[in-house]
Design a protein around this ligand. Sequence first.
Ligand SMILES: N[C@@H](CCC(=O)N[C@@H](CS)C(=O)NCC(=O)O)C(=O)O
Length: 218
Amino acid sequence: MKLYGSLASPYVARVVLFAKLKGIDLQPQMPEGGIKSPEYLAKNPMGKMPTLEVDGLALPESEVICEYLEDVYPGSGGLPTSPADRARARLIARVQDLYVGPSATTFIRNLNPAKRDEAAVSSARSTIETGFGYLEHFLAANDYAAGPELSIADCAMLPAFTMMRKTIVPLFGLADPTSGPGKLGRWWSTVATDPVTAPFIEQYSAAVDAFMRMMAGR
Ligand SMILES: N[C@@H](CCC(=O)N[C@@H](CS)C(=O)NCC(=O)O)C(=O)O
């Protein structure tokens, strides 16, 4: 089983963390020639990371990869047991993907003030706040994102929020909901001190720092 991509990508990091919850050590590696090479595009024509390659199957899309791992290693962590709890965990991951992730990507693509699309940034400012509001609504009141155990919901949110807290929040002066008194603030305090996720945040932060140094050179 090979996971293509760089850990600095929150989508790749989500898969790495989800695998970790299942006791699988999945180390991502960049494909030779990069994600726009003909060889990689033949596996994943979207030219994005991650892609999981396993038994002749090349699977893109981080959430689909996590669900594949769940099917192969069912009941070994990462998703709660009851259908309602599983749905809630999946919902939070989906809200992250649909209502927060795209705006965060817009900010990341506009880091350089000299090349900034101000209209796109202004629109992302309002859409990301709406997305934060949706997460605040659906997050569990206690413990982790979807309840008493770490789940696919934390895997979707944790890398994204680690990256946002280190990059776009300070650089664009966004209000950081994970520093506030609400459920997102409570959630962040939990994952930032949890014995599984706290070291992961540290490892992932180092990858983000390296990514930001690379972007600064552009
Ligand atoms: N929906 C995809 C998003 C993947 C994605 O956007 N990955 C970014 C890195 S964070 C990428 O590969 N971008 C390269 C590009 O768009 O050219 C997933 O969940 O895997």
